[in-house]
Design a protein around this ligand. Structure first.
Ligand SMILES: *Cc1c(COP(=O)(O)O)cnc(C)c1O
Length: 402
């Protein structure tokens, strides 16, 4: 296909994008896909030859590179090699997979757990396997894209309720026809805004209307609860989530996704979800790393406390300087900028002062709500956070955000 002489809808889309990227690059405003050259311990990384403080990572507890986790991964390679013999259902299951699934079930206070090769695939698989034509899925407006895609793929009636608005959810539950299966699904901590779902109320509504409750704990495992077990521990409301979904790629420094729940549900997913049956198992090193990481979280509770103190320090500082951080109460901190251009400008200033932080602009967030999506980590020292605050405040004033 010659991109210069042919003209069709696909080529027009590609050209439109190429032009926008070129403009951003010319103005030093293209920040995506920058390779990290080196991890320097703590929360410092080398990018384009400069050492920067990391404020864009999902490794909230700072577990990437943890010696115990690295060792577990190496030992798994020595024992099993680097790949599997295929899909889990056939020859791909290893003892390290079943060990990992037992660890997850125990960590999440569930009877059983099943893993998939990514969090994204997990949401697609679980929602589209359980739900189908004639069923109803009710999903928070700000839910992660993988949930949205799972809902679309399922063919079920897909209703989006206003963000964290439990009145709107109840209204929509009341509209579901008698006898139809219902699934309510939400992020426990929302990935762009850093706020927490109204968990007690959503649990109550699901009980009242006999709906299945699915929680995506991608950002809440390791962040919420005294021992990092997530949203149920935070509210001391155990056994209230039917489908406990999470990823192994954020606080857990590996790759993969999981669902924990009742034994029959998990066994059904193992035999009915296509992403499990038709896609290769998690590689041994990554399964072992994930397995060890859950244990490290329990053995090193100071990380959770430090993460919380760091998040509070960062949020308080930003609010004090006059920034709008929406309803965030967690280590995911949106720093609202307004227009996409302002978000790009603030990012550029931060990166010039060695803060590796990234912008989120439309269409990922609504127009006018472009932002830095900063994350703090347990690995940050208080002085590093104070330095970051100084840089962001100074730049925010120059650009006219505050
Ligand atoms: C990151 C994320 C996922 C996808 O997980 P991956 O392991 O990266 O595929 C799913 N849900 C939420 C809320 C996420 O933030």
């Amino acid at each position: 296909m010659d991109l210069h002489t042919t003209d069709d809808a696909v080529i027009r889309r590609i050209r439109y994008f190429t032009e926008r990227e070129r403009m951003l690059r010319e103005n030093d405003l293209y920040f995506y896909n920058q390779p990290v050259e080196e991890i320097r311990g703590g929360a410092r990384v080398l990018v384009r030859g400069r050492e920067m403080g990391m404020y864009a990572s999902y490794s909230y507890l700072g577990l990437i590179g943890h010696p115990r986790i690295n060792k577990a991964a190496r030992e798994a390679i020595d024992k099993f090699g680097t790949g599997t013999n295929g899909v889990r259902t056939l020859a791909g299951s290893l003892t390290i997979h079943t060990e990992l699934e037992e660890t997850i079930a125990e960590f999440k206070h569930a009877e059983a757990a099943v893993t998939y090769s990514s969090g994204y695939a997990t949401n697609l698989a679980v929602i589209s396997t359980l739900m189908g034509r004639g069923d109803y899925v009710l999903s928070d407006k700000l839910n992660h894209a993988s949930i949205v895609d799972g809902c679309l793929m399922s063919g079920a009636e897909f209703r989006r309720f206003r963000h964290n608005d439990m009145e709107d959810l109840e209204h929509r539950l009341q509209q579901v026809p008698e006898g139809a299966a219902k699934l309510v699904v939400a992020d426990a901590i929302f990935s762009m805004d850093g706020d927490m779902v109204d968990f007690p109320r959503i649990v109550e509504l699901c009980k009242k209307y006999n709906a299945w409750l699915m929680m995506d704990e991608a950002h809440s495992v390791g962040m919420l609860g005294k021992t990092g077990r997530g949203i149920e521990e935070h509210f001391d409301l155990w056994d209230s989530v039917d489908i406990k979904m999470g990823t192994l790629s954020k606080t857990i420094p590996s790759v993969g996704g999981y669902v924990a729940g009742k034994k029959e549900l998990i066994q059904y997913l193992r035999h009915a979800s296509r992403a499990y049956i038709f896609s290769a198992a998690i590689p041994p090193a990554q399964a072992a790393a994930a397995n060890e990481a859950f244990k490290v979280i329990l053995d090193e509770p100071w990380r959770i406390e430090k993460l919380r103190a760091n998040a509070e320090r960062f949020l308080t500082g930003l609010k004090g300087a006059g920034f709008d951080t929406l309803y965030s109460t967690t280590a995911i901190v949106p720093v609202l900028c307004g227009s996409d251009e302002r978000a790009f400008a603030l990012t550029r200033q931060c990166q010039h002062h060695d803060l590796f932080v990234l912008p989120v602009v439309s269409p990922a967030v609504p127009e006018g709500l472009a932002r830095l999506r900063a994350t703090v980590l347990a690995a940050h020292e208080p002085e590093e956070i104070d330095y970051a605050l100084e840089v962001i405040e100074k730049a925010g004033k120059e650009i006219g955000i505050i």
